[in-house]
Each structure stands twice: as structure tokens, then as C-alpha cells.
Design a protein around this ligand. Structure first.
Ligand code: NAD
Length: 484
């Protein structure tokens, strides 16, 4: 194995344990590069006990002191960017530019955490003579973050800097498919001066997640992953009276109008559906082509030819994912759709055992087909044709998901019409991947997010803290009203 076995990070140390293990593979060539422990309830118990001990001292520090760690952490992310990028590429398969973009985004997320002292200043008002009301925010205690495979560095950093800077102690459960970046994050946080026990990593799968949902010492859980598991975590965590924010899967629709700029639209749509091998929760999945957009579709075919597996297109995460995605394509074809660009049976010379699928464009898909309704999570876009904009919006609105939606048009009125009516938490105009950037929060609607609030930006402040309302009187006047 290229890397030593992955260990849990508890109380400031990487600790070995008596576990079952799972192989960790490099999706680009199928080679086994490490193995990850499938931890148990006992490991979660231990992490919670350590975190509860660390919490009083950490939460008692003024926030201006706590964020000093994150200034240093951000510098360390930058200093180690090449190594962190390589690690993401190795365990997730992303090509260099995509993996590096992930680390750059982690730096931006950390910058936001550094600004929290400025943003979280409380409110105060004299509400009656000599009587003052103020609101202050307090951390929750020990919290947990459960992450998916598709952003091994960035998604953990959606929660780590904010939750910890706001005074919580955080336990991370990374995806068992990509466990190595999380441990490197742990090392960098320690190097940045984070005290022992404030951040810990427990590796594993379902058992660890269930133990987190059940643990009475954990106050809040953030989850990012598929809708199926988001629902399980939301239900189980809430039933145990925890605060839960669970982000789920997606089926993002891009509405393309005939007046859209052909070059920008075709290149953006292809980049959105094929970037990170289509394994982004913000990836374009359905293009709703309104009226005559053949000239744009033709250009998309040309752009797809410049997306080359093994060069600027990475593999999907596993052999099973590749099989699943190819099955969706075949099923759509059998149901009467027309495959314009076919990424099935892709083999990259020298990486014959890699899990590659080429960019795939499928035309004349109808809304009743499975490929139009379910999350495919590969470099595949389906085209549904409609004769007018309201029909296109009806297709978008019918999806149970609601992460992102975009419209490509040169008309401001059309853009506004879609922004108001799309049933998604993040909407774009002439943007293929409408990810809000800090300080704007990230979070979808419908079955793409369960719980209240958003996971990053200002929205996360509400999630990771609770407010205390304080009423004080320091004068001795009497008889003005019931407060004095
Ligand atoms: P997943 O749901 O399979 O796994 C997510 C986490 O849940 C992992 O840590 C995994 O170990 C754990 N898990 C898996 N099965 C479980 C079970 N039965 N019980 C308890 N825990 C379980 O998701 P994934 O395949 O790792 O990631 C891809 C999915 O994540 C896609 O659906 C994608 O859209 C979604 N995603 C959403 C967002 C968003 O912001 N909405 C962001 C990134 C990824």
C-alpha cells in the first residue's frame, strides 16, 4: 500500500484500534492505496468523552483568540496546497486543477471563519429606562460533521472552521472512501495550535454515523451526502433531540433559452456536467432546452470532444458507480432517448483499471424516464425539450430535489422570471455551477436539504450557536414601568 493504514485521530493522536478495515482505492487505476478502520460505538464514545473535556477551556476563550488558529490554518493550507491537492487526486480521482480548486475553496471558507468576530458581535438596546436587553451567542458543545466522498477536503471545511471558531468541539466522520485528507486536516489544525480534543476524526461507515445520531453527548450534527442517508440521519438525530442539518442529493436543471449566448452557454453546460466527473452536488444534470436550441446543442457536442478522460476528466469514484451510471445511459437509450455523445466503455491507456466514463450527452429524454428523475452523479447530461419557458419551469419544479437551477438567456426579464419560480435554494443566471461564495451561505431546498438554515456563511452561525437573551438593570429608579 502506498500510504500507511488510516487511523482515528483522538485526543491529539493517531490511534490504532482493533477494527475491521476497508480498502481505500485510487479510482484512476483501481489500485489499493491504504485501508480505513470501520470504527465502532466505543470509538465515538471515546471521542465524545475527550471533546467534552476540551470544551470548557476552548469555549471560554474569546472568539478573537479562537480565530487566531484559523489564520494560521489558512496559511498552512496555502503552504501545503500541492500536497493536499495530490492527496485529493489520489483518493478521489479528481484531476489536478479540480483538486486544487477544492483546497482554494477551503482557504476561502477559513477566511470567513476568521471574520466571525466581526460578524457575530451581539445586539444591545436600552428597552426601558436603565434597562438593557442584549443577545449573546454561545457554542452548543460537542458537535459532529458527517461528510461525503466527493469533496474530501472542501466539505469537511464547510463545517470545521466555523463550528470550531464559534466555540464548539467537533468530531468529523469522513467518507470511508476518501479518509486520508481528513487526517491531514487534523495535522494542520494541530500545527496551527488547536488544542487537543477540539477536533477529532472517527473513521468508518454506518455504525459510526448511527452512534453519532444516538449519542447523548453530541448536541448537533451536520450531514452532507445522498438524500437517502440524509433522511435517515435527520430522522434519527432529531428523534434523539439533536439539532440536525442534513444536506442531500441533487438533480440540477439548467434552462437554456434560444436567445442564450451559444458559446458561453455550450461551454458552461459541458463544464458543469463533466467537471469533477459530474460528482458535484451542483453539477448540471438536466438541460431543459426551450424551443429551438439546436445550434447550442451542436456546440455542446464540440465542447464535449475537448473533455478527455485521463487528461482533463477524472474517473468516477468506484467500479460500482461506473456500472450504475452506464446502466442509466443504456436504460435511457432503450427507452427511446438519443445518445449524442457516448461515454460508456471508456478505457484510458495505461489506466485500464480506472473507473472512467467519458462525457455523455443524451437528447430527447422525457420527464418520465428514470434518468430524468434520479441523481446519476456522473459526467452525464440529459436534454429535455419543451416548447416554452413555463413548461421548462414545470419540469424543474417537478423534481423532488432543489439544490441548484440556472437559466441561460440574454433577457433580464426571463432571468428574473426563472429566478423567482425555480424550486431550488441556489439559482444562477448564465452560470453553470451557481455556488454562492463567502459570505453567502450554501444550502438547497426540498429533498436536497433537511433542517433549518444553511451550512456555510452567515447561515452556519445560527446553526452552530444558541443565543442567550439577557436583560439587566443597573439603576435604582422605581415606578416607570414593570421593568423598573
Ligand atoms: P452517502 O450518502 O453514500 O454517504 C455520505 C456519508 O454517509 C458517508 O460518510 C457515509 O459513510 C455515510 N453513510 C453511508 N451509508 C450510510 C448508512 N446506511 N447509514 C448511515 N450512514 C451512512 O453519499 P456519498 O456517496 O458519499 O456522496 C455523494 C452524495 O452526496 C450525492 O448524493 C451528492 O449529491 C451528495 N452531496 C450533496 C451535497 C449538498 O450540498 N447537498 C454536497 C456534496 C455531496
Amino acid at each position: 500500500m502506498k500510504y500507511p493504514e488510516v487511523r482515528n485521530y483522538l485526543a491529539g493522536d493517531f490511534v490504532a484500534g482493533d477494527h475491521r478495515y476497508l480498502d481505500v482505492s485510487n479510482p484512476a487505476d483501481g489500485s489499493v492505496i491504504s485501508r480505513v478502520p470501520l470504527s465502532s460505538r466505543d470509538d465515538v464514545d471515546r471521542a465524545v468523552a475527550v471533546a467534552r473535556k476540551a470544551f470548557p477551556a476552548w469555549s471560554a476563550l474569546p472568539i478573537k483568540e479562537r480565530v487566531q488558529v484559523f489564520y494560521r490554518y489558512r496559511a498552512l493550507l496555502e503552504e501545503n496546497i500541492e500536497e493536499l491537492t495530490a492527496l485529493v487526486t489520489e483518493e478521489n480521482g479528481k484531476v489536478y486543477a479540480e483538486a486544487k480548486a477544492e483546497i482554494l475553496k477551503s482557504m476561502e471558507l477559513t477566511e470567513f471563519a476568521c471574520s466571525l468576530p466581526q460578524i457575530t458581535a451581539g445586539e444591545v438596546l436600552e428597552v426601558s429606562r436603565g434597562v438593557e436587553c442584549r443577545i449573546e451567542r454561545f457554542p452548543l458543545g460537542v458537535v459532529a460533521s458527517i461528510a461525503p466522498f466527493n469533496f474530501p477536503n472542501m466539505v469537511p471545511n464547510w463545517t470545521i472552521p466555523n463550528a470550531i471558531a464559534l466555540g464548539n468541539c467537533l468530531i468529523l466522520k469522513p467518507s470511508e472512501l476518501v479518509p486520508m485528507s481528513a487526517n491531514r486536516i487534523a495535522e494542520l489544525l494541530a500545527e496551527a495550535g488547536l488544542p487537543e480534543g477540539v477536533f477529532q476524526v472517527v473513521h468508518g461507515g454506518r455504525d459510526v454515523v448511527e452512534a453519532i445520531c444516538d449519542h447523548s453527548g453530541i448536541e448537533a450534527i451536520s450531514f452532507v451526502g445522498s438524500t437517502k442517508i440524509a433522511k435517515l440521519v435527520y430522522r434519527r438525530g432529531s428523534a434523539n433531540l439533536k439539532r440536525v442539518l442534513a444536506l442531500g442529493g441533487a438533480k440540477n436543471h439548467l434552462i437554456v433559452m434560444p436567445d442564450a449566448d451559444p458559446e458561453m452557454t455550450s461551454s458552461n453546460v459541458v463544464a458543469s456536467m463533466s467537471g469533477c466527473a459530474g460528482q458535484r452536488c451542483m453539477a448540471a444534470s438536466v438541460m431543459v432546452a426551450v424551443s429551438n436550441t439546436d445550434h447550442i446543442i451542436q456546440r455542446m457536442i464540440d465542447h464535449a470532444k475537448t473533455v478527455v478522460p485521463g487528461e482533463n476528466l477524472g474517473p468516477v469514484i468506484s467500479a460500482e458507480a461506473k456500472k450504475r451510471i452506464e446502466r442509466y445511459i443504456t436504460e435511457a437509450e432503450e427507452a427511446g432517448a438519443k445518445v449524442l455523445v457516448d461515454g460508456r466503455n471508456t478505457v484510458v491507456p495505461g489506466k485500464e483499471r480506472g473507473f472512467y466514463i467519458g462525457p455523455t450527452i443524451i437528447d430527447h429524454v422525457t420527464p418520465d424516464m428514470r434518468i430524468a428523475q434520479e441523481e446519476v452523479f456522473g459526467p452525464v447530461i440529459v436534454i429535455i425539450r419543451t416548447s416554452d419557458l413555463d413548461q421548462a419551469l414545470a419540469v424543474e419544479n417537478a423534481s423532488p430535489y432543489g439544490n441548484a437551477a440556472s437559466v441561460f438567456t440574454e433577457s433580464g426579464a426571463t432571468a428574473r422570471y426563472v429566478m423567482e419560480r425555480a424550486s431550488a435554494g441556489m439559482v444562477g443566471v448564465n452560470v453553470g455551477v451557481p455556488v454562492p461564495r463567502e459570505p453567502f451561505s450554501f444550502g438547497g431546498w426540498n429533498e436536497s436539504r433537511f433542517g433549518v438554515g444553511d451550512i456555510t456563511g452567515r447561515g452556519s452561525i445560527e446553526f452552530w450557536t444558541r443565543s442567550k437573551k439577557m436583560t439587566t438593570k443597573w439603576n435604582s429608579e422605581h415606578g416607570v414601568n414593570w421593568m423598573s
